[in-house]
Every structure is written in structure tokens, then in C-alpha cells.
Write a protein that binds this ligand. Structure first.
Ligand code: GLV
Ligand code: GLV
Length: 328
């Protein structure tokens, strides 16, 4: 009989259709966000699951779902996985790298520009009917072209942002990462490696593109914000939790940095009330990869991982290497 697959949230009908050719599929047509207990109940008799990043896969869930062999995340980030617990349980995890790189870098740059040039703040002013006249400093923002672009986390998306800044906007690009890029990649991105203190001190626009791990929790907190220029902007398209949102809200309110652009939040979809109160922040609801072609490519890659795993015995874009998976 066909392996049994759960699709944890509503996705493209054509991808559900594809999966149905290979598996006995249970879809979530009502798009319910199950809690841990409900997810365990849904998953108990399943061999695989397509997750969307909002479902926590941890030891208690794995213990409750002994048939489970693979979890295919429709996201490049997989901080919803307890990877060691999955590996110990012989469960394969996969993510969706590469297919979203350029789209997500586009959004990072859009958020940077919207923040530097105060686009949403000025639109609210216009819509509120407050625009009566020209003024020399009305919504005067900060310069993008020719400024210093700082990137924390220099994976594929960080490199995409570096290229846009260096080649498109003549920016000086500096970055910090756990490991330094190969020389030819640095040259291609026109990016210079600096330590974190120098990155914080010199960036006019600081973009966060690092994975969320225990080590990157609150990588930007009160101390780091204090090291930044008072004219600087901070952009987070990585994960909530990398920034201490309470500390950021306070820094924005006191104008200790100029502005922030945030696509991700510590307790999303809840947003820290302090961030909602200040004008100098652009807020978007975790949409950096959200174009129709890219979301379709992500869903298809997650599906391809499930299909390859059950038909050929290996995943296309694995995030762990269980010693022996339960599928042999
Ligand atoms: C989205 O946040 C992703 O990780 O793909
Ligand atoms: C992940 O590390 C990415 O930047 O794609």
C-alpha cells in the first residue's frame, strides 16, 4: 500500500494532486493551525509529513508518532525542527534552500529601501489626508546608494543581498558570518569580512540573514543596538528571536537608531506592542519568500523530497543524516 502523508497546512492544489499520485494523502483543507497535541493525533498513523515551518517537531511528538520517517519543511529555515531528536529517532528532515534565494534577497532589499526612505510611514501620512504642502525635510530619510551595507549571516540569501548592494547601488559591503567566504565569493559579492563589533559600528544599513539557533538568540539586543550608528537602519528577514524586540522597540522610540524594517518577530503572529507604537519601523507579516512562482517552487521541492525519499530512499535537500532511517 502507498505510504501515508500528512500535509500540515493548506498548500497549492496542484501540489496536493502530485502527492496524491504517490501517497495516501491527508490534506488540511480547512487550514487549521493544530497545537502540538492535535498535530500528534493527525500524525500518529503517517509515514511522512509536509510542514510549513509553524509545526514544532520535537522528541515528544516523535515518540507519539513511531511510523514517521520524514518531515519535509516548506521553508529554508528549520528552527521548528529539533534536529538531534529527529536524527536520534531515525527521522529524515528536509528544507527548501536555493529556490527562494533570489526572491528573498529581493524582499530584503525592498525592506531596506522602504525603511531608509520611509515609504510606509509617508503613505500612512498621505492616506490620513495630512499632506498639505511641500517641506524641505518632509520624510527625509537616509541614503541607500553609496552607503555601507552590513550583512550578518552570509549564506546564499546574504550573498544575494550583497550583490544587489554592491553591483546595483554602489554600496560598500561588509559582513560577518561564523565562517569567512571563499576569496572568489567575496570578490563576486564585493564584500569584506569584519568582526561583529566593526559590523555594528560601521553599517549604515544592517541586514540580518542568519539561521535562528540557540547561538543566534538575541544576537541583536540592547548592547548591540547601542554600538550601531544613531543614523543606522536594521533589517530582519531571518527569524524572530534573533532580535530582542523589546530592546529594539525602546531603541527606536528613543531614536538610538534611525529605523527598522522587520518581516519576522519574536512571538509572531503577535507583534511587540512597542513596535506597533513607533513610526520609524516598517512591518511586514513574514512574506520575504512570498511570490507565486517561489512559493510554488518551495511546495514542489518539499513534495519532491517526499517522493524521492519513498521511491529512491534518499532526500534531495536533507538537513540531517540519520544513521539509519526507518525507510530501508
Ligand atoms: C521562511 O521563513 C523560510 O525559512 O523559508
Ligand atoms: C540559508 O542559509 C540561506 O541563506 O539560504
Amino acid at each position: 500500500s502507498k505510504p501515508r502523508i500528512l500535509i500540515a497546512r493548506r498548500i497549492f492544489p496542484e501540489v496536493v494532486q502530485r502527492l496524491s499520485q504517490h501517497f495516501e494523502v491527508q490534506a488540511n483543507d480547512d487550514d487549521v493551525q493544530w497545537n502540538a497535541q492535535q498535530l500528534a493525533a493527525q500524525l500518529q498513523d503517517k509515514d511522512g509529513v509536509l510542514t510549513t515551518g509553524g509545526q514544532r517537531i520535537d522528541a515528544p511528538l516523535l515518540a507519539a508518532c513511531p511510523r514517521l520517517k520524514i518531515v519535509a519543511n516548506m521553508a529554508v529555515g528549520y528552527n521548528n525542527f529539533d534536529v538531534p531528536a529527529m536524527t536520534a529517532a531515525g527521522v529524515q528532515g528536509t528544507n527548501t534552500p536555493d529556490v527562494l534565494t533570489e526572491t528573498t534577497a529581493d524582499f530584503g532589499f525592498a525592506l531596506l529601501m522602504a525603511t531608509a526612505r520611509r515609504m510606509t510611514e509617508s503613505e500612512h501620512y498621505l492616506r490620513a489626508g495630512l499632506w498639505k504642502n511641500w517641506s524641505y525635510d518632509m520624510f527625509a530619510g537616509s541614503e541607500v546608494h553609496g552607503s555601507t551595507l552590513g550583512i550578518l549571516g552570509m549564506g546564499r540569501i546574504g550573498q544575494g543581498i550583497a550583490r544587489r548592494g554592491a553591483h546595483g547601488f554602489g554600496m560598500r559591503v561588509i559582513y560577518h558570518n561564523r565562517s569567512r567566504l571563499a576569496a572568489e565569493l567575496e570578490a563576486e559579492c564585493r564584500a569584506s569580512y569584519v568582526d561583529k563589533d566593526q559590523l555594528l559600528a560601521e553599517a549604515d544599513h544592517l541586514v540580518l540573514v542568519l539561521p535562528y539557533t540557540p547561538e543566534s538568540h538575541h544576537a541583536i539586543g540592547a548592547a548591540e543596538l547601542a554600538r550601531m550608528k544613531p543614523t543606522a537602519t536594521l533589517i530582519n528577514i531571518a527569524r524572530g528571536g534573533i532580535v530582542d524586540d523589546a530592546a529594539l522597540a525602546q531603541a527606536l522610540a528613543e531614536r538610538r537608531i534611525a529605523a527598522a524594517g522587520l518581516d519576522v518577530f519574536e512571538s509572531e503572529p503577535a507583534v511587540h506592542p512597542g513596535l506597533l507604537q513607533v513610526p520609524n519601523v516598517v512591518l511586514t507579516p513574514h512574506i520575504a519568500s512570498a511570490t507565486v512562482p517561489t512559493r510554488l517552487a518551495m511546495a514542489n521541492l518539499a513534495a519532491d523530497n517526499l517522493i524521492a525519499f519513498f521511491t529512491q530512499g534518499w532526500a534531495l535537500t536533507p538537513v540531517n543524516t540519520p544513521a539509519s532511517t526507518k525507510f530501508e
